[in-house]
Ligand binder design. Structure first.
Ligand SMILES: C[S@@+](CC[C@H](N)C(=O)[O-])C[C@H]1O[C@@H](n2cnc3c(N)ncnc32)[C@H](O)[C@@H]1O
Length: 218
């Protein structure tokens, strides 16, 4: 059974015993999400509006931090996220991520989680979300995304989702110049991204992680 765990920066993550994996870094869930997806993703993506696709919606932490940033920058974000196994309402209600998201954090967090599956919902004047309840392995992905948050479980735990044909689906839905960010810097992931039309950059990771990947669609 999944367990809520407090990470190094005081923010929660989920531990999944079946695969012995956490949703986030135990050194700090918010710290990791901020560093990888906001600092190395959103902050380097210059479009307005920005269309984001996330693999693995999970706790909604990346969506929450992105919505806060979008509001601060007065920049429109259209956020699409796919999730195979949505968390139950009780688990979501126990997460403390909103404490790290400013004064409206709780309201935004609840709105993001309250948004229906399969429809685009407006959360704030600058943030709309479309949550897809589906399996990335089989779902057809359409769109023109400027930014990809690839936040599935690790390649050692679920290699299928990091496979070339899945990354190719994502590549087809990413605009030229679009950014792909993920926490893994495994050689096979780099090679697969290269083969799918991305220029791969390996860059410094957050505490506890030496490197991450930021790739650009060519
Ligand atoms: C590392 S967790 C990260 C979740 C999220 N980004 C967060 O901040 O909480 C990986 C997520 O990917 C989801 N996932 C795993 N396999 C999937 C698949 N085939 N299709 C869609 N989602 C998947 C898991 O259920 C989990 O929520």
């Amino acid at each position: 059974m999944n367990k809520i765990v407090t990470t190094g920066d005081g923010s929660h993550t989920i531990y999944v015993p079946e695969i012995n994996e956490h949703y986030h870094s135990i050194h700090g869930a918010v710290q990791e999400s901020e560093f990888i997806f906001i600092k190395n993703g959103l902050d380097l993506c210059n479009t307005d509006p920005v269309c984001i696709f996330e693999v693995g919606f999970g706790t909604g932490l990346n969506a929450l931090l992105t919505s806060v940033k979008a509001f601060g920058q007065r920049r429109s974000v259209f956020y699409t996220a796919i999730e195979k196994d949505p968390l139950d309402e009780n688990t979501i209600s126990l997460l403390n991520h909103h404490n790290f998201a400013g004064e409206n954090g709780k309201e935004i967090f609840e709105r993001i989680h309250g948004a229906g599956w399969g429809v685009m919902s407006r959360i704030s004047p600058y943030f709309s979300i479309h949550k897809i309840k589906g399996d990335m392995l089989t779902e057809k992905i359409t769109g023109n995304y400027d930014l990809i948050y690839f936040d599935a479980f690790g390649p050692d735990k679920q290699p299928g989702i990091w496979a070339r044909e899945i990354l190719a689906k994502i590549s087809e839905a990413t605009v030229k110049g679009g950014i792909f960010v993920t926490y893994s810097s495994k050689g096979e992931v780099k090679r697969n991204l290269n083969a799918c039309g991305f220029k791969v950059n390996v860059t410094e990771g957050p505490p506890g992680k030496r490197h991450i990947i930021r790739a650009i669609k060519i």
